[in-house]
Design a protein around this ligand. Structure first.
Ligand code: FAD
Ligand code: NAG
Length: 484
């Protein structure tokens, strides 16, 4: 089996965030009356009858609880939420939705920044995949249900032979959205993107057929799903992945610099990045308390220090340092801010923890690396066009609300802060880096020319595959791959 060469993922993830802004008192009122198109027709309900209590409509007590996405600003009203626990449930739900011409929105972890796993507008049929969480590792290959969240997946892989995967640090993110949009993580420099570990997928298409998708079966969809698969082509029910055996000892580290030291640290870091070994995965978080650099090194703390010595020789001394040696799973739990005890699995399943968060992104290319990487992995092997990206900056604002009273409230000042900053970066990007590029997994309704920014040269082929697989546009949301 052919595995595309890795070393294609972004080495530095720079997060610019603020969580210190206080929200405006004036909040958007919660919608309290159901929009007309949010009531299912009797035709749809009759069709869904075989699913019994797995079907939730606004008449059900659990409907509101299950009408969640990670960012509580989005409170779209689906006609129906189907709590699927088998492939056959997914099949039934999709067939009924297609017959009733209702848009389908699959939901894995619900972390879509624009709430697209609730449809991105009222009236969708949401298929919740939270019942598809099996993980089986056999002969070095992992079969993973599409509804599992990263935290639980990491624990299962660890228990079943000491494996892991090159995905993100946040434990509540779902494998579904993450794996279909690319998937960055701290093991990226060495192992590439999560899509590079996918060997096969099972997908229910708009006609309700279960398709096997791999390099040799439905190859067009194998291209499309790896990078543009979130919600546009069908419901992926299972991933077959090549798990990774991390080294037995890893070092996790975090350093903090005061805000006034942003500039020297980032300047020296940029130079260090091109010398840096692929054993190091680094994430930078620029927030109101300074610049926090955290990451993972496959090896001992001594080796980590040696590898990073050229960097530390140049930068001011951090005002906070925390370096620990342990197993990979310990580092993962730590990076996710989870106490080092697998009994805390509940903490990994933050399904109903209300949050408010909005993200935007720009992927920064660097000419030298682009040409080198293009030789290793052709840009057109998957629908993820950002392989030559050198640095991704994610701009983020987080704010907290009393979840019991009004979790959906907005924060105008927060968004304004982010938009103003983003506009400045955008202007600079356009002048110095060429056409705007953004990460489709930090999906953003306001990014300029979203089709080009997310899918670029892959667009014509994606549209062609869309027309062939989903001609009625059953899988639609405001930023789904269009037919034309
Ligand atoms: C706190 C947080 C941390 C994050 N950290 C990282 C990170 O470290 N690395 C990284 O790369 N990204 C990260 N992201 C971005 C993340 O990859 C995307 O938000 C991703 O879409 C989330 O997947 P999900 O399954 O949780 O979301 P969902 O909202 O369930 O899905 C996202 C989109 O994919 C579709 N979809 C979901 N499941 C399926 C399926 N089985 N078949 C077809 N379509 C499906 C949905 O309809 C929706 O359009 C993070 C996001 C958040 C909020
Ligand atoms: C380091 O500096 C930041 C920002 O000034 C501050 O919030 C933090 O408490 C400091 N840490 C220590 C250990 O002094």
């Amino acid at each position: 089996m052919h595995i595309p060469s890795p070393s294609t993922a972004v080495l530095l993830l720079l997060l610019i965030s603020s969580s210190s802004l206080s929200p405006l008192a004036q909040a958007t009122p919660l919608q309290d009356s159901l929009a007309l198109d949010a009531s299912p027709t009797s035709q749809l309900l009759v069709c869904l009858e075989p699913l019994g209590a797995k079907v939730l409509t606004s008449n059900d007590a659990k409907y509101d609880e299950e009408r969640y996405v990670f960012d509580r600003r989005h409170s779209y009203l689906p006609q129906v939420i189907v709590m699927a626990s088998s492939v056959s449930d997914v099949h039934t739900a999709v067939k009924c939705a297609t017959a009733a011409r209702v848009a389908v929105a699959p939901r894995s972890g619900g972390h879509s920044y624009e709430g697209y796993s609730l449809g991105g507008q009222d009236g969708a049929l949401v298929i919740d995949l939270g019942g598809l969480t099996s993980v089986v590792v056999e002969n070095g290959v992992a079969k993973v249900g599409a509804g599992i969240r990263l935290g639980q997946l990491y624990l299962e892989l660890f228990y079943q032979g000491g494996y892991t995967l090159n995905a993100g640090t946040c434990p509540s993110v779902g494998i579904g959205g993450l794996a279909l949009g690319g998937g960055f993580g701290l093991l990226g420099p060495k192992y590439g993107l999560l899509i590079d570990r996918i060997i096969e997928m099972q997908m229910v298409d708009a006609q309700g057929q279960l398709l096997t998708i791999s390099a040799t079966s439905n190859a067009d969809l194998f291209f499309a799903l790896r990078g543009a698969g979130g919600g546009s082509f069908g419901v992926v029910t299972e991933f077959t992945l090549l798990p990774i055996k991390p080294s037995p000892v890893v070092t996790s580290f975090s350093y903090n610099w005061k805000p006034e030291e942003y500039s020297p640290v980032l300047t020296f870091f940029a130079a260090f990045q091109s010398l840096c070994s692929d054993e190091i995965g680094i994430k930078m978080n620029a927030g109101p308390n300074g610049l926090r650099m955290s990451g993972l090194f496959e090896g001992t703390p001594d080796d980590q220090m040696r590898a990073m010595a050229p960097f530390f020789a140049q930068v001011p001394k951090p005002n906070q340092t925390d370096v620990r040696e342990g197993r990979y799973i310990d580092a993962q739990l730590r990076l996710a801010s989870i106490p080092n005890d697998p009994k805390d699995i509940e903490a990994l399943l933050l399904k109903v923890a209300p949050r408010t968060r909005k993200g935007k992104s720009l992927l920064y290319p660097k000419a030298l690396q682009a040409s080198t990487i293009a030789l290793l992995v052709p840009e057109d092997a998957t629908a993820f066009i950002h392989r030559s990206a050198h640095t991704v900056i994610e701009f983020m604002v987080d704010w907290t609300r009393d979840p019991n009273t009004n979790p959906e409230q907005g924060c105008e000042a927060c968004l304004e802060w982010m938009n103003t900053m983003y506009t400045e970066f955008l202007d600079d990007f356009k002048v110095n880096y060429g056409p705007v590029r953004g990460y489709q997994n930090y999906i953003d309704l306001e990014i300029p020319s979203w089709q080009d920014a997310y899918y670029g040269s892959a667009l014509p082929r994606l549209k062609q595959i869309k027309r062939a697989v989903d001609p009625e546009n059953t899988f639609r949301f405001p930023q789904s791959i269009p037919l034309q």
